[in-house]
Design a protein around this ligand. Sequence first.
Ligand SMILES: Nc1nc2c([nH]c(=O)n2[C@@H]2O[C@H](COP(=O)(O)OP(=O)(O)OP(=O)(O)O)[C@@H](O)[C@H]2O)c(=O)[nH]1
Length: 141
Amino acid sequence: MTDASPRPPVLVAAAVLVEEGRVLLTQRKRGTHLAGAWEFPGGKVEPGEDPRAALVRELVEEIGVEVSVGDPVEVTFHKYPEKSVLLLFFWVTRLPGSPDPRPLDVADVKWAGAGDLAPELFPPADVAILSKVRALLSPDT
Ligand SMILES: Nc1nc2c([nH]c(=O)n2[C@@H]2O[C@H](COP(=O)(O)OP(=O)(O)OP(=O)(O)O)[C@@H](O)[C@H]2O)c(=O)[nH]1
């Protein structure tokens, strides 16, 4: 049966930033949707905003890094009980001279190897992107 009053999905842009065989992850803050989960850094695209510009903005706000946003890696639609999300995952590279990531508006930040990508640590919407990213990373980390 279809929802009687469906709301449009929340549009989210998220980054796949790989350096030296590790991918950058952030941890969701207490009191937010899916608190404590590890995820790909990013956030909601504001109405009328270019998703790539939103991602640049979110990475400065959340972890203080300056990036260039490349091609899409994956697009995922997922229904949570409280909302649905449309996630746009992009390849991202740090600009020369960008600061190192630090947890400005997230609970924590880390460079993760393939062994850190257990799906149960991530939002359920991230299953597809996780298998793509795992295949890219060094198997022994
Ligand atoms: N950045 C990011 N968000 C993700 C991922 N996977 C996933 O389901 N999401 C969901 O996409 C939404 C991202 O929006 P956000 O980061 O601005 O979340 P928020 O806490 O401000 O949202 P809220 O105010 O509705 O709780 C959240 O509901 C988050 O749970 C991911 O890999 N990265």
